[in-house]
Design a protein around this ligand. Sequence first.
Ligand SMILES: Cc1cc2nc3c(=O)[nH]c(=O)nc-3n(C[C@H](O)[C@H](O)[C@H](O)COP(=O)(O)OP(=O)(O)OC[C@H]3O[C@@H](n4cnc5c(N)ncnc54)[C@H](O)[C@@H]3O)c2cc1C
Length: 533
Amino acid sequence: MFNKIIIAGSGLTGLTLALLLAKKGVKVILLDEKNEVGKGSKAICFSRRTLEIFDKLGIAKLVLEQGVQWNKGRVFFRNKEIYSFELLPDKSARYPAFVNISQYEVEKILIAAVNQEKNIELRRQHRIDNLTQDSGGSYIKVTTPIGEQTFSTAFLVACDGSRSTVRRLMGLKMIGSRSEEKFLIIDFRMEADFPSERWFWFAPLHHEHETILLHKQPDNIWRLDVKLGRGVSEDIVNNHDFVLKKIKQVVGDKPVKVEWVSLYRFSNKMLENFVFGQVIFAGDAAHVFSPFGARGANSGIHDADNLAWKLSEILQNNATTDLLKTYNHERVMACNQNITCTTNSTLFISPPSLEAIAVRDSILQNAIDDDEAKRKVNCGRLSVPNIYSKYLSSEQGEWLSKDTSPGYGVKDCLMREGYLIEKLGYEFTLIIYADIVSPDMQAYLGTHDIQILPVNSSDNPSLISLYELTPTSAYLITPDQYILGRWKEFTPEKAIQLKQTYLSGALDNITPPILTEQELIDEKVAKSLINAT
Ligand SMILES: Cc1cc2nc3c(=O)[nH]c(=O)nc-3n(C[C@H](O)[C@H](O)[C@H](O)COP(=O)(O)OP(=O)(O)OC[C@H]3O[C@@H](n4cnc5c(N)ncnc54)[C@H](O)[C@@H]3O)c2cc1C
């Protein structure tokens, strides 16, 4: 049988993609070599944007309930606290900035949702071993417990992780770097009363070349991530006394039970393109980042969100495969932003030479009482929605707010009833004053598959003010909840034309986003560390 879509790999990226496609009514087959969810410890920090995507799948509440929230981060240099930051609960947003929960618990929640979904066939113990292609699609040879099988498919989405078999079989190589430094991950159980905060130490008193990150997970499990350096033996993970010593150096003599230990070297690598005809890459198969900033799993889930509705438009609404150019453009751009960001963080966390360490340490020393130096301290910039390019025709009129301009993810907002993010749904949506919506306008936009979210001005002052809405203005939002257009003088034709331009995959007449103030600071600091070498 010829399938429309096969997804290789049922990790966080593949599972999310399958569920989003199924929500659009697309049938998918998910192939995974494993028979169960993974063991050990990988991602623990999931961002607001990820929770908003999970909201579309109806699982965000469960993830929140099972996870722990943290609102405070503290940063130390030697034995002094340099500064702390608050991720205060944002009452205007449905979801918190972050929730901590083990990646495998999230995978279990996703699998439970997949098992309820008639449009998804999850085939475990199906290892992809070979791949051939012709103009019709891909032919995948799979080893299963009952022998070899061949699957044919129009679209193959490779979500098969950092060692992607699909990538290897297609002869594709990632570009980027791998660190020589080794980091130790320890997950330990500690019942003691200890604040639910993110703690980061540069050069702690017991070892001037270490860095330490401490984070809380559910069920009194704590994650310690310690930079040990280059010449560390792989056997260190079996040295229980050493592991206990590392825990004690941070939490003191409290009773603890070690749950998991592993050693890793991080990579910052990516494919230069994510779309190769009808084979598409997403998640770790397309890019890998250092964990500082929690951008790995989160960005894979964001890839899935960007891609799913586009595949559905192609398969169900006659869009051409040119639409995938926007996936390639936006997610490669997002990936470049993530790589730059994590590279700058890791340069600060792990400077490349003794001279660079001296530069870094003087910034840290100054940061104790200098606000400007504080902004240079980089212990990981946490995952936020990436900013995309905008079309020249996507904005008209004078606007004050930059972060509600085209190319930005929608900022959530409390409405009279519920939150904006819940009301947007999974279609192109126009946000507009209710008073000017006529049945004719609704019907006309409806024929172009644009739904309307009418906003009652007196009921929703925060939304009106955040989005600078007036009786003549409007915003066009994509199904993955990005701002595609905003106009001070709106006409339905402007929205319809912009939607058509986007669906056609046209990438001329676009402007890339400019760097944020913080990104510029981080870049300058990173250069000073490299130049010190
Ligand atoms: C120590 C550590 C901490 C991290 N912390 C964070 C964090 O806090 N936040 C964050 O966002 N990210 C974090 N990450 C990154 C995160 O774990 C990964 O980005 C995430 O697992 C990627 O998900 P994925 O679905 O793309 O790939 P994977 O999770 O690798 O899933 C790939 C799937 O493909 C299957 N597969 C592979 N080959 C084949 C084949 N030939 N045939 C069939 N199936 C196959 C595998 O069995 C697997 O199920 C961390 C990573 C590490 C190592």
